[in-house]
Design a protein around this ligand. Sequence first.
Ligand code: 3PG
Ligand code: MG
Length: 369
Amino acid sequence: MIRGIPTLDDLGDVRGKRVFVRADFNVPIEDGKITDDFRIRAALPTLNWLRERGASVVCATHLGRPKGAPDPKYSVEPVRARLAELAPEVELLENLRFDPGEEGNSAEFAESLVDGVDLYVNDAFGASHRAHASIVGPPHRLPSAMGLLLAKEVEVLLGLRNDPKRPFVAVLGGAKISDKLGVVEALLDVVDSLAIGGAMCFTFLAAQGKRIGESLFEPDQVETCGRILDQQGSKVHLPEDIIGLDAGGNVATWGTNVPDGGKGFDIGPGTAAAFSDIVIEARTVFWNGPMGMFEDARFAAGTRTLAQAMADTKAFTVVGGGDSAAALAEFGLDDDVDHVSTGGGASLELLELGDLPGLAALREAPNAG
Ligand code: 3PG
Ligand code: MG
């Protein structure tokens, strides 16, 4: 039992039992091929634990965002093929989101999932912030447990939230700010420094009265960003230089004011160096979201420099979110951080709120404390 949540050991003897494992195999697929199987490999310890003890395992996942109806584009077939290589004898159901009952959290759909099943295991950390049928339904109906991956994620992320070694630094990037302001505010209560890059920095720079040219920003969030800076500004580090395209389409480096017609796409070298220094001096670092549009080589330097600092620092390093994890992998640095979370939104929500719908449901399981 961890934090009132049953673990695999609390399932009792699993020999001969049929166990339903909710996994998050929502992996990137291009032309029918999986481009990164990290989330599948991450579930193997739990699948092996169950198989070695004689359980028969049936897995299920969502894949992409089909609209509650079968859509060949989102078939789990490529995942099934990869899973058959990694964990033979484990069954995989078709995409849960082909049924509207999954996202609608219908009781009927949850019943159909547990039909003929003895035990339920949630190892889908990346989806545990969704109150969907396969996440919150079965724990009310069957003896249940958190899988090894879910337990590890919870331990690492709640450890950051509750008891970080200091200085504790968070680095946030990515494009959208509206869905991250909650976590920005929550993080500011626990971190010593928060460095902000990616397109989300422009809304903060706008709140400081800087000119941001044509850069992406969210006008309706400027006021909130301004309030955050008024209250906690001493902890916030914003870019001091920006790389982007000028009105003529040429790559340019500016200070914090982007000229008319210019558009920022990456943090500049001065900022990348400053953020790296903060990361190197920290004892705990959480990073979510690339510093720029790193898919374009002209705007990859900021993210690459930060990724290198994550690899070089002696701090305990945690990376959340598919884009930052993909960046690390692209630079060959994914083995050089302490924990790469399988969750993006889930890791942010757990840091922000300290709990997730999937965890709350497991606490209600018949075998829970
Ligand atoms: C993710 O990749 O973010 C998780 O698998 C959850 O998927 P969702 O954002 O479509 O709910
Ligand atoms: Mg998501």
